[in-house]
Design a protein around this ligand. Structure first.
Ligand code: BGC
Length: 732
């Protein structure tokens, strides 16, 4: 597939980079492999300008704004011998200033095109602020919601994540074979299996079979590489005993030789020197040898490459050819994006921040990201139906205080002042047709002292007492922005602080409760599932959260989000994912000796792929193009989807398969295709989903990638448990 990294423009840039490389000293070369900045660990924007004259700075992270990037760039260009500007990077994860829903929320849209649009807008704002590179997308598969970084990725499924991975890359870098103004390089992270950290504890070991590594964790990286991803970030943790950042097998043999990656690898912040505490390197010099030697081209945040690579070359432990290869990769990207010709950015370009167009994308993405899990018919709450009635809007995330949290973690240079709270969204939507009272009820968290707890309980009491007088209660609870993301593993996924007590008190009023949950990860909602009138996951929707939520509540649009993570019944069920292997003793309820828990069901509370709408869809006339396909063939599934309800809405048609017998135990279900289709009430459309035999391939015990002949089941459904439309086919 033609992309940026195999384009004629790339080859031309490489030629120029080769010419530049030939003029460089070793110090200037290691400088190109060194990135400076402060990451999330501090606000200190140190510029290391004492390094400029020697050419020791190749890149920066977390420097904000066009004026600031320009002033550093000018000073650097003035002081260095060679005119090589720095590549400015940042964590533009779900927006630069306009903040879009978190990536996990975006995945629930089941609309990769929406992510392409969000990232295109994010890239434009980032570019105008002087950035040329974002540390995104995170394409780590996450099967364990204890891991706080689940919010940064696209959920538990490999196929879905792969589709989002390619869309995310194309959004940042552009569709074409060149990258220029208003686009930034993508960086796929964290290579690899960071989401497989044991116990969901961030930075912890990942210990997984090679088959799982190849079949579950690698495909989203492959998809991004095929879409032209320019850079990759090496992960913190050790994979099967070897830290990812010092892992030659993974960084060179697999990433470059097998997946065909042509760009450069940057370490995660501090991951090179952390080879020492890992017990993998004796000292920092050895850590540099191991990381650089493994294929980690650039070091994030620090001088160790500048300090130790020259000595390692002199000692013959690293070769000049290795250094040249890495420098060439970095310089090529600097030429390719136009940085060498235009190192400065137009400082008047920042007027696109929070533009109407970007806010509109944020609102549309938010509308599609929310997942409706329960609705007894109370929703939508149309302004007409609510005329003259009273809504109590209760909870720590409902009003002004909630704004910042609705933006979610890793919101780059977000701004609560440019964020629509749920209250503001509701007031705009209902106007003065109905009376809205907003009450905090309690905090998301609560202090430990008896006084603090008593004060919270009193707030809960007062709020529920006041809400009892209202016709409908809309409760907004969940997580603060800082409770998910990096270093935010949790051992208990129930609601924190007094939020559970608040919900109990609100339910006890007897008034219908519409529960909205804003969080970075799936939380335990089991106690409320059957006792609220409606339940909707609104995740962390970003700048337009309030408007998007109001559009959904009032029925301007129907919810169309579907889960991309299994929703656990209790924390003890995790890791939980739908595409698990069968056991010899599946939990069928036949006898006691089955793979089950004695105190909890094994099924999740809501399955992967689940999500309600205000309308309903009929799947009609489903047919397979053939019931047999050769090992290099393809079959197609054609069906008509009809909106049979009274609202316009979007169906998410999902195609699952099961390989019934294999040379390794196959997952009980695997998503192999999906399509989201918007239909007006009464409208129908014919869809065709294709299933190439190559998508059935897996690694056998000898690590050969094979498409095995044999019998398969195929389902077309609305979630991974929907077995109404089942078919058989065979690979011959
Ligand atoms: C995170 C990365 C991030 C980097 C720079 C690290 O701590 O793991 O995902 O890109 O910091 O901020």
């Amino acid at each position: 597939m033609a992309n940026l990294m195999n384009s004629p423009a790339y080859e031309a840039a490489r030629k120029k980079a080769e010419a530049m490389l030939a003029t460089m000293t070793l110090t200037e070369k290691t400088g190109q492999l060194s990135q400076f900045g402060t990451s999330i660990y501090s606000d200190d924007e140190q510029t290391f300008d004492d390094h400029f004259a020697e050419g020791k700075v190749g890149s920066y992270l977390t420097i904000k704004g066009a004026a600031r990037t320009n002033s550093i760039q000018r000073a650097l260009m003035k002081a260095t011998r060679l005119p090589i500007p720095a590549l400015f990077a940042d964590d533009v994860i779900h927006g630069y200033r306009t903040t879009f829903p978190t990536p996990l929320a975006q995945s629930c849209t089941w609309n990769p095109e929406m992510t392409r649009l969000c990232n295109e807008a994010a890239a434009k704002e980032a570019y105008r602020a002087g950035l040329k590179w974002t540390f995104s997308p995170m394409v780590d598969i996450a099967r364990d919601p204890r891991w706080g970084r689940i919010m940064e990725g696209y959920g538990e499924d490999t196929y879905l994540c792969s589709r989002f991975s390619e869309a995310a890359v194309r959004g940042y870098q552009g569709d074409g074979e060149t990258i220029g103004k208003d686009h930034v390089y993508a960086c796929m992270k964290h290579y690899i299996a960071y989401g497989a950290c044991i116990g969901g504890r961030d930075y912890n070991t990942a210990d997984l079979s090679l088959q799982t590594l190849y079949d579950v964790y690698l495909p989203p990286f492959q998809a991004g590489i095929d879409a032209g991803a320019a850079t990759v970030m090496s992960a913190f943790e050790d994979v099967n005993g070897v830290p990812a950042t010092g892992n030659r097998y993974l960084l060179t043999d697999v990433l470059r030789d097998q997946l065909g990656f042509k760009g450069f690898v940057v370490s995660d912040a501090g991951a090179v020197t952390e080879l020492v505490p890992h017990g993998f390197a004796e000292d920092i010099k050895e850590a540099v040898r191991l990381a650089f030697g493994a294929g980690c081209d650039m070091i994030m945040a620090g001088d160790p490459y500048n300090e130790y690579l020259p000595a390692l070359i002199e000692e013959g432990r690293i070769t000049m050819e290795q250094v040249d290869r890495s420098v060439l990769a970095v310089l090529t990207l600097k030429y390719l994006c136009g940085l060498m010709d235009e190192p400065l950015v137009d400082e008047s370009g920042e007027d696109c921040f929070f533009s109407d167009a970007h806010m509109d994308i944020a609102r549309r993405a938010g509308r599609e990201a929310a997942v409706l899990l329960e609705n007894n018919g109370i929703l939508p709450l149309t302004p007409a139906a609510m005329a003259g009635k009273k809504i109590a809007l209760v909870g720590p995330l409902a009003g002004e205080e909630g704004k910042g949290h609705l933006l979610g973690g890793w919101a780059c240079l977000c701004d609560p002042a440019h964020t629509v709270s749920i209250e503001e969204g509701m007031r705009k939507a209902f106007g003065d047709t109905c009376d809205i009272l907003t009450l905090r009820g309690c905090g998301v968290t609560c202090g430990n002292s008896e006084e603090e707890k008593a004060a919270e309980r009193e707030q809960v009491r007062q709020a529920s007492e006041a809400a009892a007088d209202y016709d409908v209660i809309v409760a907004v609870v969940g997580e603060e922005a800082g409770m998910s993301g990096e270093a935010n593993s949790r051992s208990d996924l129930t609601l924190t602080g007094c939020q559970g007590q608040l919900l109990e008190a609100l339910i006890a009023t007897g008034k219908p409760v519409v529960l909205l949950v804003s969080a970075g990860r799936p939380l335990i909602l089991t106690p409320y599932k059957d006792r609220v009138a409606a339940l909707m996951l609104i995740w962390q929707m970003g700048s337009e959260a309030g408007d998007a939520v109001a559009d959904l509540l009032t029925g301007v649009v129907s919810p169309s989000g579907h889960l991309t993570t299994s929703q656990p019944v209790c924390t003890g069920q995790v890791p939980i994912y739908y595409n698990h292997a069968n056991t010899g003793r599946p939990a069928l309820g036949r006898w006691p000796f089955e793979a089950k828990y004695r105190d909890c069901q094994i099924a999740p509370l809501y399955p992967f792929g689940y999500g309600l709408s205000y309308t309903s869809f009929a799947y009609e006339d489903i047919r397979l193009s053939a019931t047999e396909m050769p090992q290099d063939g393809e079959i197609t599934v054609t069906l008509t989807v009809r909106n049979v309800g009274n609202h316009d809405g979007a169906a998410v048609v999902q195609l699952y398969i099961r390989d019934l017998v294999g040379s390794t135990v196959r997952p009980v279900k695997e998503l192999k295709g999906f399509e989201k289709v918007f239909l007006q009430a009464g409208e129908s459309r014919e869809l065709t989903l294709s299933l190439p035999a190559s998508s059935l391939a897996f690694h056998d015990p000898g690590m050969n990638l094979i498409v095995e002949p044999g019998k398969f089941k195929l389902w077309v459904g609305e979630d991974c448990t929907d077995e109404r439309f089942a078919f058989d086919f065979e690979v011959i």
